[in-house]
Ligand binder design. Structure first.
Ligand code: ADP
Length: 315
């Protein structure tokens, strides 16, 4: 297996005293489409900042394509294309100039720079905007321009921090298609997101990060299989009997308080079974709702497990 990213015991404490990463170890294979998923403040941007040499780590080791990033800064920069979360280009420069300047920064001869700029601006639907000042672009166009800029030196590894934050659904899909295409063509892609759906659409492997720790690192397929259960909250018309708990394969009933019940069902089971049990116990249900969306469900499950077993790390 060729490894694109290898991270060992990575830690970061900011000068403010905040410990954003508490000892992360992770590998991303060459050719992978990898998601780093986690709630706000989890440490995703810090992680990406360290990979892209913009943030200095406090401890640990990072290798990109087998090279230590600290001792191979130049090669790391050539291997990497980074699309940060914040807009970080001059709002007054023209779109085409921004991409060309980046190509120059990587030392591309001017003809090649012009060819590549055209190629990626066209692919991202921005070629006809090349003469416009960047501040006139919509939010989604600015983000696409940052992708074009990150690709102009054709890096082997593309890292995107929340690429579709604030991008409308139609545009998000075309961005997904574009990213899938360049991944198929061989570029390793890592993205952060807090949309499970995005990770689900794009990624083969996933790590979930929370409060600076990896709480899960698995394939998307396995994760989704685990997630194939659904929880509902049912509200009863009157006070519930005390001994309502019920558990059988694929179906679990649990009393939450005097008038509400949580029902957990595995894929393939339906609510009728649960309602029949309640009916036999004389319980009348007057309303119901989904307990959580799938992402919340996932975080809750992972974070619950992690709290039970986690050892505290120093900074
Ligand atoms: P995410 O990208 O998952 O939202 P971040 O990596 O941005 O998470 O932040 C992780 C933690 O580090 C948060 O508590 C955040 O406030 C803190 N943090 C991020 N950047 C800085 C910084 N430059 N200085 C101090 N604290 C920071």
């Amino acid at each position: 297996m060729t490894v694109a990213i290898s991270v060992e015991n990575l830690g970061k404490t900011y000068a403010s005293g905040v410990t954003a990463l508490k000892g992360i170890s992770l590998q991303v294979r060459q050719g992978d489409f990898f998601a780093l998923l986690g709630p706000n403040g989890a440490g995703k941007s810090t992680f990406i900042g360290i990979l892209s040499t913009l943030v200095t780590k406090t401890r640990g080791a990072v290798q990109i394509f087998g090279r230590d990033v600290d001792s191979h800064v130049y090669q790391t920069k050539l291997d990497l294309g980074v699309v940060p979360q914040e807009i970080n280009f001059s709002q007054f420069e023209r779109v085409g100039d921004i991409v060309m300047t980046q190509a120059g920064y990587y030392g591309l001869p001017s003809r090649l720079a012009a060819q590549r700029s055209e190629k990626y601006l066209r692919q991202l639907g921005l070629w006809d905007k090349r003469g416009q000042r960047s501040r006139t672009l919509s939010g989604g166009m600015k983000r696409r321009m940052m992708i074009a800029r990150a690709l102009v030196h054709e890096p082997r590894l593309l890292i995107l921090d929340e690429p579709t934050a604030g991008v409308d659904i139609e545009l998000r899909r075309s961005m997904w298609d574009f990213l899938l295409e360049i991944n198929r063509a061989g570029t390793t892609i890592v993205l952060t997101t807090h949309y499970l759906e995005e990770a689900e659409q794009l990624c083969r492997n996933i790590a979930i990060i929370d409060e600076g720790r990896i709480v899960e690192n698995t394939s998307m397929r396995k994760l989704l299989l685990e997630l194939d259960s659904y929880a509902f909250i049912l509200d009863a018309a009157a006070d519930l009997p005390g001994d309502l708990a019920h558990e059988e394969p694929g179906l679990c009933l649990r009393k939450l308080d005097s008038r509400s019940i949580e029902v957990t069902l595995s894929k393939g089971r339906d609510l009728n079974g649960a309602l029949a049990i309640l009916d036999r116990r004389g319980v009348r249900i007057i309303s119901m709702r989904n307990k959580t969306n799938r992402l919340e469900q996932l975080f809750l499950a992972r974070l619950g497990g992690q709290e039970a077993g986690a050892g505290e790390e120093g900074s």
